[in-house]
Every structure is written in structure tokens, then in C-alpha cells.
Design a protein around this ligand. Structure first.
Ligand SMILES: Nc1ncnc2c1ncn2[C@@H]1O[C@H](COP(=O)(O)OP(=O)(O)OP(=O)(O)O)[C@@H](O)[C@H]1O
Length: 253
């Protein structure tokens, strides 16, 4: 797997005054209201906030899945606003990994074929040794010929992580990656995400509702009404995160 990433401490993702308005001119919905934030190489950030506060919108704009109405997003030195749809698709394929709550594996493909899919889509050569190494890295050595239906939820999510890693992306976006998992499997997946930042110097940005999941991060950003309202970088525990979240949720009611 390719592992050329920005040196630690260097910013991999930057959002500058990002606004995102959905809906029509008559009925606009302001999902992000001037969000500025940077994410350094080798860091693991959790994004939290009450329901509807803009977490998924932030992730979608930062990952080039959606375009901001105003403001800019830079990923790995490239201003996404300068890219047309084709170039944006290529950048996502090459530079960004995705891990979703629902795993998003292709059911007709084996674990190995799912992992190598991003390489095939990019027209790159698939080296089976590399694919098996990616599966071994997430603890699934010898399971490469299993289809998703023969794997547990935790195992499927680990296949999804191996798939997110195979192109050596600078940044991995995770949207509720443990939402469908039990405690033990959640812990395994969160530790894998932690390792991406610590051992590979990748930038991990995770949206979650779960304070226990957020406590695996080294920074927690809290959103409310489309704005970054708080940030924690120290003493991040499930309890401290839950307390902050509860106070924001109380304000949102
Ligand atoms: N495609 C869309 N069209 C219209 N409004 C949208 C769209 N996507 C999101 N919104 C609105 O934008 C706001 C932010 O939504 P978003 O999904 O980013 O919040 P969230 O914090 O991820 O919420 P949750 O925790 O419930 O998943 C909400 O008011 C939502 O209804």
C-alpha cells in the first residue's frame, strides 16, 4: 500500500468559511454557517453535535462529495473548488478513503475483490499480495475469499477499512463507522482508525454520535446550528465528551 503522506503536523484538510445552503431560495436550509477548520496529518478528529447540526454536511463538503455554497476546501494541497466533476472523482478515488456505518461492501464480491475495487476503478494493477496484506492488517488474513454475507458486521467493517486503505489515501473520512456494531467490534474498528493516524500518519475525520467512539480521537469538534462551537484537545474521555454534548443538546431544544 502506498503510504506517501504529508509530514505530521502539516495540514491535510482545510475548510475556510464554508457555508452550505440546501433547499430552495424560498425555503433555504442553512446546514453550515461559516465553518473554518484544519486537520493535520497524523491526527484523528471526531465531529460531534446535536442531530441536524451539520456533521454529515461538513464531512460531505470536506470529502468532495458535496460542494459548499460559499467558502473553500483544500485537500492535500488541492483546492476542490478548482476541480470539475471528473477531477473531483479522481481525487476522491486516489486521495480519500471512506468508511460508512453501513459498510457499503458489494455483496457479490469476495472480501479480496471488495478491497481491490478502488484500484480496479482507478485502472490500476491489482497485486493480490498487496490486497491480502491489507486484509491481514485489519485481522482478516485467510478470509479474502469470503463474501460479505459470510462475515460478521465487525469483519465487514474491517474489510471496508482495508478497502479505504488500499490506495494509501492521505485522509480517511468515517461516518458513524461503529453505528451498526456491538461494543467489542466497535472497539476493534476504532483502534484500527487510531492506528491509521498514529502509525501511518493519515488524517482521520470521523462523524459520530457516540462519546465512547469520540474518546478514541485526539480532538473533538462540536457543531451546533452549522457552526463549530467548541473544541476539545485534552482530557478527552467518554464522560467529558458526553457532558459537552448533553449541554449542546439541551441548548438545541
Ligand atoms: N440534501 C438536503 N436537502 C435539504 N436539507 C438538508 C439536506 N441534507 C441535510 N439537510 C439539512 O441540513 C441540516 C444539517 O444536516 P446534517 O445531515 O449535516 O446534520 P447532522 O448533524 O449530520 O445530523 P444527524 O446527526 O441527525 O445525522 C439539517 O437541518 C438537515 O435537515
Amino acid at each position: 500500500m502506498n503510504s506517501e503522506h504529508a509530514p505530521r503536523g502539516e495540514e491535510t484538510v482545510r475548510l475556510s468559511s464554508v457555508r452550505k445552503v440546501y433547499g430552495s431560495a424560498a425555503l433555504p436550509v442553512l446546514a453550515l454557517d461559516g465553518v473554518s477548520a484544519g486537520f493535520d496529518a497524523g491526527t484523528f478528529t471526531a465531529v460531534m453535535g446535536p442531530s441536524g447540526s451539520g456533521k454529515s454536511t461538513l464531512l460531505h463538503c470536506a470529502a468532495g462529495l458535496d460542494r459548499p455554497t460559499e467558502g473553500g476546501v483544500v485537500v492535500g494541497g488541492t483546492d476542490l473548488g478548482t476541480l470539475d466533476e471528473t477531477a473531483l472523482t479522481l481525487l476522491r478515488r486516489e486521495r480519500i478513503g471512506f468508511v460508512f456505518q453501513s459498510f457499503n461492501l458489494v455483496s457479490a464480491l469476495t472480501a479480496e475483490q471488495n478491497v481491490s475495487l478502488p484500484l480496479r476503478l482507478a485502472g490500476r494493477r491489482v497485486n493480490p499480495v498487496e490486497t491480502r496484506a491489507a486484509l491481514a492488517e485489519v485481522g482478516l488474513a485467510g478470509r479474502g475469499d469470503h463474501r460479505p454475507s459470510r462475515l460478521s458486521g465487525g469483519e465487514q467493517q474491517r474489510v471496508a477499512i482495508a478497502r479505504a486503505l488500499i490506495t494509501g489515501p492521505a485522509v480517511v473520512f468515517a461516518d458513524e463507522p461503529t453505528g451498526a456494531l456491538d461494543t467489542r467490534n466497535s472497539h476493534g474498528v476504532l483502534n484500527l482508525l487510531r492506528d491509521l493516524a498514529d502509525q501511518r500518519g493519515q488524517t482521520v475525520i470521523m462523524v459520530t454520535h457516540d462519546p465512547v467512539a469520540a474518546a478514541h480521537a485526539d480532538r473533538v469538534i462540536f457543531l451546533a446550528d452549522g457552526r463549530v462551537v467548541q473544541e476539545m484537545t485534552r482530557e478527552i474521555t467518554a464522560e467529558s465528551v458526553a457532558t459537552r454534548l448533553a449541554s449542546l443538546e439541551a441548548r438545541a431544544c
